[in-house]
Ligand binder design. Structure first.
Ligand SMILES: [Zn+2]
Length: 290
């Protein structure tokens, strides 16, 4: 396999959930070898089970019930965005059930979102009004050129099958003085290195690309985005979600036992703050001179 970013040779890195992840010798970008057709894959993948803890999905345990914690994490993002843009139009890419659209509306933004999941979009529409939310992927939705002040991708970038095509499209949706905000995992973080194959971000086939700060910078710059601020956040998660991650991507038998004991009890909703800092958040401006 050739590297999507730099074209050099990729070597086998690990196999998980029946999928192989390869790593570029030169730029260290990692990529899941997705054998099936990407269009069919996203249609099947982000069904109801993805948001309600179907074990094979290895994703959210109960996205709706864990809203207080998800919202708490998202408020940190809006706080950072406000330092650069106090208001205007905002587009949340991969908006899931629309929690961030709701928070952005509350913070004074004219906020919109889209998501490939029928199930998620139905919920997001109920929450924010159906005019604000659409079903689709970056390459299928359409918005007027240069119409957004802020475009956000929270835990979405690693899911994209052709991120270069998608960055070009988002560039066209963004106003010349707008900002793009991307939050994704960092393969060079201490936690990623410590956990190795058990790192929760290594979930093929949902996650298709795995970046570090260096190769993500290079990628954004090649697509005419200029990083202006980087930060990482700790996350609030419910106890049951932590155990769910442990039993699925963490491949932990102990977590599986604890999940069976506490997963469906009220104790499972207990909020935990995990200062893992295994993610990276980057705010970019458009480089319109390039
Ligand atoms: Zn490479």
């Amino acid at each position: 396999m050739k590297c999507y970013l730099c074209g050099r040779t990729m070597n086998f890195f690990l196999n998980k959930n029946g999928y192989s992840i390869y790593r570029c010798n030169a730029c260290k970008l990692m990529r899941t070898d997705l054998r099936e057709n990407y269009e069919i894959f996203i249609r099947d993948q982000y069904s109801r089970g993805y948001f309600t803890g179907k074990q094979s999905c290895g994703a959210y345990i109960d996205y709706k019930d864990d809203k207080p914690m998800i919202a708490r994490n998202m408020k940190k993002f809006i706080h950072e965005i406000k330092k650069h843009k106090s208001g205007g139009t905002l587009l949340d890419v991969g908006c899931a059930m629309g929690f961030f659209v709701e928070i952005a509306l509350g913070a004074g933004f004219d906020a919109y979102g889209f998501d490939p999941s029928d199930f998620a979009v139905a919920n997001a529409g109920k929450l924010n009004g159906h005019a604000r939310v659409r079903r689709g992927a970056i390459h299928t939705v359409d918005y007027p050129k240069k119409s957004f002040d802020v475009i956000t991708l929270f835990d979405v970038f690693e899911h994209l099958g052709d991120p270069r095509r998608d960055l070009k499209r988002l560039f066209s949706f963004l106003k010349d003085d707008g900002i793009l905000v991307v939050a994704t995992g960092n393969t060079e973080s201490a936690m990623a290195k410590f956990l190795g194959r058990r790192w929760t971000f290594y979930i093929p086939p949902q996650h298709l690309f795995f970046y570090n700060r260096e190769n993500l910078t290079r990628f954004l710059e090649e697509e005419h985005f200029m990083p202006i601020r980087w930060f990482g956040i700790g996350k609030w998660l419910s106890l049951r979600y932590v155990l769910h991650l442990g039993r699925t991507t963490g491949e932990s038998a102990i977590a599986a036992i604890l999940y069976r004991l506490f997963g469906r009890t009220s104790l499972g909703k207990f909020p935990l703050y995990l200062p893992l800092r295994d993610n990276m958040v980057v705010i970019c401006k458009k480089n319109i001179l390039a």
